[in-house]
Design a protein around this ligand. Structure first.
Ligand code: THU
Length: 147
């Protein structure tokens, strides 16, 4: 089992919290921030970006993951997420199902940590396997991976 230092988790949580005001959520007013701890040790953040054509919007978690992968990363070790109406993050904001599946592509589900954040001092920790049990991923038997 990987161990991630407390200071690193704290930095991850703070990056997710700091991102929240940058969310573009003029339709739902539900602002979300996310931060990914990638294999290199770097942290990448993201926010939800909505669209006048509602289904074209994208979640904060997927934007943070795309930020990491587009920067050359291939492994997600942990992800922190927080959000709420008008940026009030005092309630739990769990990743949606699509984001859980996107995490699955780049995570070891038994080790990847998902931090559901309410403040710098208050967050709950799950593994991806807790949130997405019995999942389908790039290691599926018979699925040809590109690398
Ligand atoms: N949203 C996220 O960005 N992440 C989540 O985990 C849950 C929902 C966004 C999508 C949409 O812009 C808004 O929150 C309301 O659903």
């Amino acid at each position: 089992m990987q161990t991630i230092e407390d200071n690193t988790l704290k930095a991850l949580v703070c990056r997710a919290l700091d991102a929240v005001p940058r969310a573009y959520a003029p339709y739902s007013h539900f602002q979300v921030g996310a931060a990914v701890l990638a294999g290199s040790g770097r942290i990448y953040d993201g926010v939800n970006v909505e669209n006048a054509s509602y289904p074209a919007g994208i979640c904060a978690e997927r934007n943070a993951i795309a930020h990491a992968i587009g920067s050359g990363e291939r492994h997600v070790l942990a992800i922190a997420v927080c959000g709420g109406r008008d940026g009030d993050v005092s309630g739990d904001c769990f990743p949606c199902g699509i984001c859980r599946q996107v995490m699955r592509e780049f995570c070891n589900p038994d080790e990847c940590l998902v931090l559901v954040v309410r403040s710098a001092e208050s967050y709950r920790t799950f593994t991806l396997a807790d949130l997405l049990p019995q999942s389908f991923g790039p290691d599926a038997p018979g699925l040809r991976s590109l690398d």
